[in-house]
Design a binder for this molecule. Structure first.
Ligand code: KG4
Ligand code: ZN
Length: 344
């Protein structure tokens, strides 16, 4: 069964082809970073227009690299939410047109389910049940994953997502957009204990997250620090980046440990753009190894938004007979609890 996955939920136009829910035949991503960079964040209307321009060439390239033709497709999976409405509409309407014209089954996919299942694009996959930490620019959540299509949300961010915190702090420090990579690069040269930024653990036992207080603390610190530097302050920008990163990583590791202990799951999966962060990978693996728990990370290409992970989520729903018709619509908010539970 060959499935094409399409994602236009934010600022990447992506399409991927997978075979039998296992083998990735292609994964093509057209990034809009250069377009949005001067604005310091995603400009929604520009994103939609750019998707319009790129959706056809990106899908064509995905089919070419997979060495297949349109007629070889057994299904088309497309992200319908959560995400930017104008951006999502481009992917959905393109997929609808393709499915209708070629009489190919269409399935609507939740972007978060795509991230959770991205680990199944890899050779080595975890056994169910496992705990999934999804950390991206728009989401920070913990799930118990009981099987394909069977998720129990255990915690979520109450304000900013972890990636959003990286992006906002990078802006404060003048490091550009998106902020995750440049902060990680700076942090490597800095002292992680230089500034004791707060860690929001929230109430005892809570598996929710909150990063907006940390962002404010960094902003206030940087204001004072910029003035102090004139008087010979020895703290460097790298120290600020390292101390901030450590604060985010500590909270993510702590809550993931708690979620794992609470569920007694045998392994942990981390997905989403922030899962590319090497400090997070190192600290989480180290902490989990003390409890003999393995942590699975998709390769960076599968951590950030991509069409292959949407094809993966769509494959399992198609197998269970799920179909979207021509009345399918997009959803800016689409909690995973709204998904129909799959039977296996
Ligand atoms: O999953 P993704 O590509 O898109 C969303 O669905 O949001 O994640 C993008 C986010 C951005 O906020 C970016 O700053 C962050 O992932 N990110 C990182 C790193 N690489 C990307 N955050 C921390 N460290 C990184 N190395
Ligand atoms: Zn994403």
């Amino acid at each position: 069964m060959i499935v094409l996955g399409i994602d236009t939920s934010c600022d990447d136009t992506s399409a991927g082809v997978i075979m039998d829910g296992k083998r990735v035949l292609s994964n093509v991503v057209h990034s809009q970073v250069e377009l949005h960079y001067p604005h310091g964040g995603v400009v929604t209307e520009l994103a939609s227009r750019e998707h319009l321009k790129n959706i056809m060439p990106v899908v064509r390239e995905a089919l070419t690299r997979a060495r297949i033709r349109m007629g070889d497709l057994d299904g088309i999976a497309v992200t319908v939410g959560p995400g930017l409405v104008g951006a999502l509409l481009v992917g959905l309407y393109y997929a609808k047109g393709l499915a209708y014209a070629r009489d190919i089954p269409l399935v609507a996919v939740n972007h978060l389910e795509g991230h959770i299942l991205s680990i199944f694009l890899e050779e080595e996959v975890p056994a169910f049940p496992f705990v999934a930490l999804t950390v991206s620019g728009g989401h920070t959540s913990l799930y118990l994953v009981e099987g394909f299509g069977r998720y129990v949300q255990m915690g979520q961010t109450l304000d900013d997502a972890a990636g959003e915190a990286f992006d906002k702090v990078a802006k404060i420090l003048g490091l550009g957009y998106p902020g995750g990579m440049p902060i990680e690069r700076q942090a490597r040269k800095g002292l992680k204990d230089a500034i004791p930024f707060p860690r929001a653990y929230l109430s005892a036992g809570s598996l929710d997250f909150s990063f907006s207080g940390l962002k404010t603390a960094v902003s206030l610190y940087v204001k004072k620090w910029r003035d102090g530097r004139k008087n010979g302050d020895v703290v460097t920008l790298a120290d600020v980046a390292a101390s901030f990163q450590e604060s985010v990583v500590d909270v993510l590791v702590h809550k993931t440990m708690k979620a794992r202990q609470k569920t007694c799951a045998g392994s942990v999966v981390v997905a989403g753009g922030v899962a590319c962060n090497n400090r997070l990978r190192m600290k989480l693996s180290e902490a989990m190894s003390k409890e003999d728990i393995r942590v699975y990370y998709p390769r960076p290409e599968y951590c950030t938004d991509n069409g292959a992970m949407i094809a993966m989520a769509g494959y399992h729903r198609l197998l269970q007979g799920e179909r979207a018709d021509m009345s399918a619509d997009v959803r800016s908010r689409y909690p995973i609890s709204d998904l129909s539970r799959l039977a296996y």
